[in-house]
Design a protein around this ligand. Structure first.
Ligand code: DC
Length: 231
């Protein structure tokens, strides 16, 4: 399919499979895939390792704000996709742990953190030909994206998917705990003041509760063909 230089924004609830969907779509189109949530997770990991968040989740706000000016988070393209680095260290594994998932939503609600992350994302999007996933890509980061998808799925289906993912990485998790974590994140992400998770008016909804990856690819490639390539 001959797709023009566009930005595809994929937003939606936690654990709806946005990353897997976006990654697969990017590889089918020969686009770059960027995971905006990884940056919020990277900032959270940095805050934890620097002692700027305590065990109860209290954040040392002025210190974190100051520290961001010298924090180097960047993506590196590797054979199996783009990976997030903090300086010279790949932090992909650490940022996906439940310990970071538990703390990331309050960190991502901070306006100065969003400003920091948005700067990195907008710079990356200048070349277009990207698929980016997150919560506010189609509403705030790239409101001009040519194609916007809003993903949702049944909460229990989402919790099961997330638990399987964590178990495959060796984390011992209990389904109830995973469900609580994602519902709490949905609540914080949807109710925060800055760039809350909402569906852009021009986004197309994808409920993938009962869809395989191939079903989802067929669905999106059909939309691309009809709405973008035939223009
Ligand atoms: O997609 P994820 O679970 O890796 O995202 C981690 C957190 O980052 C999530 O709780 C919400 C936040 N996030 C956000 O606020 N805006 C984005 N564009 C992406 C993620």
């Amino acid at each position: 399919m001959n797709v023009p230089d566009i930005i595809i924004a994929i937003d939606g609830y936690s654990s709806t499979g946005k990353s897997s969907f976006a990654k697969l779509l990017a590889s089918r189109l020969g686009f770059l895939y960027l995971d905006s949530g990884a940056l919020y997770r990277g900032v959270t990991l940095f805050a934890v390792e620097s002692g700027l968040i305590d065990a109860d989740g209290r954040i040392a706000l002025p210190a974190l704000k100051d520290a961001l000016s010298s924090l180097d988070l960047h993506f590196v393209s590797e054979a199996d996709g783009s990976k997030l680095y903090m300086g010279g260290r790949c932090i992909e594994k650490e940022i996906r742990s439940l310990a970071i998932s538990d703390k990331v939503s309050p960190v991502s609600a901070l306006p100065f953190v969003r400003e920091y992350v948005d700067g990195i994302l907008r710079e990356a999007g200048r070349r277009r030909r990207i698929v980016m996933d997150g919560r506010d890509i189609g509403t705030t980061v790239f409101p001009d994206a040519e194609l916007k998808i809003f993903m949702t799925a049944d909460p229990m289906v989402r919790a099961e998917r997330r638990a399987a993912e964590l178990r495959a990485k060796g984390d011992e998790v209990e389904i109830g705990e995973v469900l609580r974590n994602l519902q709490e994140r949905d609540r914080i992400d949807s109710s925060r003041e800055v760039s809350p998770l909402t569906q852009a008016p021009d986004a197309i909804v994808l409920d993938n509760s009962n869809m395989t990856f191939e079903d989802q690819m067929d669905w999106i490639l059909d939309i691309l063909q009809k709405r973008i390539c035939s223009k």
